[in-house]
Design a protein around this ligand. Sequence first.
Ligand SMILES: Nc1ncnc2c1ncn2[C@@H]1O[C@H](COP(=O)(O)OP(=O)(O)OP(=O)(O)O)[C@@H](O)[C@H]1O
Ligand SMILES: [Mg+2]
Length: 287
Amino acid sequence: MSRDQATELRELVKGLSKDKAENAARVIAVTSGKGGVGKSNISVNLSARLAKMGRKVAVLDADMGLANADVLCNVTSRVNLAHVVAGRKRLAEAVVEAPGGFHLIPGASGLSQMANLSEFERARVVSTFRQLETDYDLLLIDTGAGIGPNVMSFLLAADELLVVTTPEPTSITDAYALVKAVSRQRENVKVDLLTNMVRDRDEGRRVYDRVSVVCRRFLGISIGDAGHVVHDPRVSGAVRRRLPFVLDVPDSPASLCIKQLAHKLDRHASEPRSGGFFRKVASWLAG
Ligand SMILES: Nc1ncnc2c1ncn2[C@@H]1O[C@H](COP(=O)(O)OP(=O)(O)OP(=O)(O)O)[C@@H](O)[C@H]1O
Ligand SMILES: [Mg+2]
């Protein structure tokens, strides 16, 4: 490393340690143990709804496999975070406006590449991404399913986890396994459970009760009840039309559930946020 680089690195690191929690976005990882439970649909629709309420919201598509939040919104970006990490594009070029007024950031492989950077490059990338944390009120991270190392780094760095499960027993057990894995590595983690594709509120409540009892008994942690989203056949029509269902069919049962969820989240807008999300992701990835 040259002397100039060393000075620049010191300046970058100095700047990073000043991550101010007050002007940092609240970062919520939308996650699940089992795949296909509705994380991307929930991230996108919740964001569209919160944007309508005047909040500055971005979804970071952090699914390393089949990233598809962009497909749900019919937006395409030819720039993703991989280009930004490689220094070939500016961060602003990767941010696209989605229907409803929220922003979508196709993250995918770019973030995992952060693991392979030198300390200098990583500090540069993290300081670039810091802008995302100060530009928004809320940053939702749409993660892939399960507890692989990439997903885990987001779960360890986020302020809160919104764990999505359906009433299927396999989805419930996998949700519990995920909470267990995270709680082993992170004390005092804030977890809320959202039940999706349920028949009604009662079914959602029963699922929540089951998960929360075992989390308390075996892990010693209490998880919050984020509520439920009903199974709604109109969701798939909206997906086919590539429009968030809260915009496509705003009065449908699933849209009304998202509205409730948005208000609930917004009431907790002053939840503590720790700042430095990308710095933490980068350091977890780097091991
Ligand atoms: N409330 C709902 N009612 C009916 N269908 C739903 C509902 N939520 C999601 N779906 C359907 O479930 C399927 C999976 O949804 P989605 O892609 O959002 O899940 P995911 O958890 O992001 O999946 P992956 O783990 O592959 O990223 C989609 O076909 C979607 O249309
Ligand atoms: Mg998804």
